[in-house]
Write a protein that binds this ligand. Structure first.
Ligand code: MV4
Length: 448
């Protein structure tokens, strides 16, 4: 195991990673921007290094400064958390050149999965169902049109180097396809430096179901069950739960086995997530992409499995073998997570940075809060507005709903507007309570 690592992140996840390091006796080096001088995670770190001005491009995304900090602090590894450099294969490659272990998959697996067209090909070769669509990046408008006619409208135009729904465009006919292709290509080029596009059949009312994978560097791979992340707004997840309320025993086993086959075929290592769209009416699932990182919603899986995913990531990255076989993984009960953002849900989810005047998080049996807030802390305006994750564990889904209602009610978070009020509404909504909703639930059922 490592004796000192650098955490190339901020906020709740920096704190989350640090807690595991403390428990495992690993020294931590925290990096921070000038906007994060008062961050809670700095107090818990063994060493702290300022890496630049507030703007992410000049600090948390600035590879030169992060590598310099790692060299100066003489760390053996870098944990990237989520976001920022976590899925940057180029950064992982530089770490490797500097003989610093990147806590995550290999450069090759990151490059493979970073390209959604290549990831689709691996899925097909592994017998994993994919959404009907183009089998290569579309080389021309004519080729896109031929694919679209073949698979049938409506189709979705996606960026090969995109992900998380960024830059997706829907087309209902030849004319809208032609106009959307140009816009999508320009957008993809600007966002990812690569304008490659592919098209998929548009699945109307899917559920978002993702499978958590752990794979070591000795060829062992297991899954930790699925998470249902269907409650989203503009590709930002709001609520995640495990297990998924829409899968029966057979579908659950099939989707997990498919995820394992795909990651095996990709020679994937460390923690990763395989995302699927699930059509509950047809009981069909389709692979869409792999997230080659620890995810925001990982605590949901931790609650039902009892594992610490950051610990598993560190053990795998340091070359240890998985300590579990598939049969040792016993998912029990139900877990749910609410993301609390410093945003005004009744003003288009406008970010609301600023000082937190009072902070009293909920607690109790089966209630966990991952947050970097404290009374008096000022939420900086430069970063993601996620300020807390409320996670509950219960015997079943209804116990989770009851616990979450109580936790949200108990949560005192004053000074900034938050998404807590709309989360409370969701937990009273009959369709949510029945598990009967799709990916358009928030936009259709709530005035935001
Ligand atoms: C889709 C889709 C429908 N059909 N692909 C959004 C996140 C990104 N990972 C993929 N996404 C989607 N891909 C096809 N072929 C609908 C979505 C989608 C979505 C998926 C899950 C949860 C919420 C969503 C909200 C909008 C769009």
């Amino acid at each position: 195991m490592f004796s000192r690592i650098l955490i190339a992140n901020r906020g709740e996840i920096a704190l989350r990673i640090m807690r595991t390091c403390k428990r495992l006796g690993i020294e931590t080096v925290a990096v921070y921007s000038q906007a994060d001088r008062d961050a809670l995670y700095l107090g818990m770190a063994d060493h702290t290094i300022c890496i630049g001005p507030p703007h992410p491009a000049k600090s948390y995304l600035y590879i030169k400064n992060i590598i310099a900090a790692a060299e100066i602090a003489d760390v053996e590894a870098i944990h990237p958390g989520y976001g920022f450099l976590s899925e940057d294969a180029h950064f992982a490659d530089i770490c490797r050149s500097c003989k610093i272990t990147f806590v995550g998959p290999s450069v090759e697996a990151m490059e493979l999965m970073g390209n959604k067209v290549r990831a689709r090909k691996v899925a097909m070769s592994a017998g994993v169902p994919v959404v009907p669509g183009s089998e290569a990046p579309v080389a021309s408008d004519a080729e896109a049109r031929d694919w679209a006619r073949k698979i049938g409208y409506p189709v979705l135009i996606k960026a090969a180097m995109g992900g998380g729904g960024r830059g997706m465009r829907i087309a209902h006919n030849d004319a809208s396809l032609a106009s959307n292709l140009n816009a999508a290509r320009a957008e993809a080029h600007a966002a990812f430096g690569d304008g490659s596009l592919y098209i998929e059949k548009y699945i109307e009312s899917p559920r978002h179901v993702e499978v958590q994978i752990l794979a070591d560097e000795h060829g062992s791979i297991i899954h930790l069950g699925e998470r249902d992340c269907t409650v989203q707004r503009r590709h930002q997840k709001m609520i995640e739960e495990s297990p998924s309320p829409v899968l029966d025993r057979h579908a659950r086993a099939d989707i997990a086995a498919a995820a394992v086959r795909l990651m095996k075929a990709a020679k994937y290592t460390n923690a990763g997530t395989v995302e699927f769209l699930y059509d509950p009416a047809a009981k069909k699932f389709y692979f869409i992409e792999v997230n080659a990182r620890l995810q925001v919603e990982h605590p949901v899986t931790e609650m039902v499995t009892g594992l610490d995913l950051v610990e598993e990531q560190l053990r795998i990255a340091s070359g240890e073998r998985l300590r579990w076989r598939q049969k040792d993984i016993l998912n029990s009960g139900w877990a749910m997570e609410c993301r609390v953002n410093a945003e005004d849900p009744y003003a288009g989810f406008k970010p609301c940075p600023g000082p937190v005047t009072r902070y009293v998080p909920p607690s109790g049996p089966g209630v966990r809060v991952d947050s970097h807030l404290y009374s008096g802390y000022a939420v900086p305006p430069y970063y993601d507005s996620l300020v807390a994750k409320v996670i509950v564990h219960g015997r079943d889904r209804s116990e989770c709903i009851q616990k979450m209602r109580g936790a949200l009610e108990e949560f005192i978070l004053e000074g900034v507007k938050t998404t807590i009020p709309i989360l409370k509404e969701v937990f009273e909504h009959v369709r949510f309570v029945r598990g009967n909703y799709d990916t358009r639930f928030i936009e259709n059922e709530f005035k935001t």
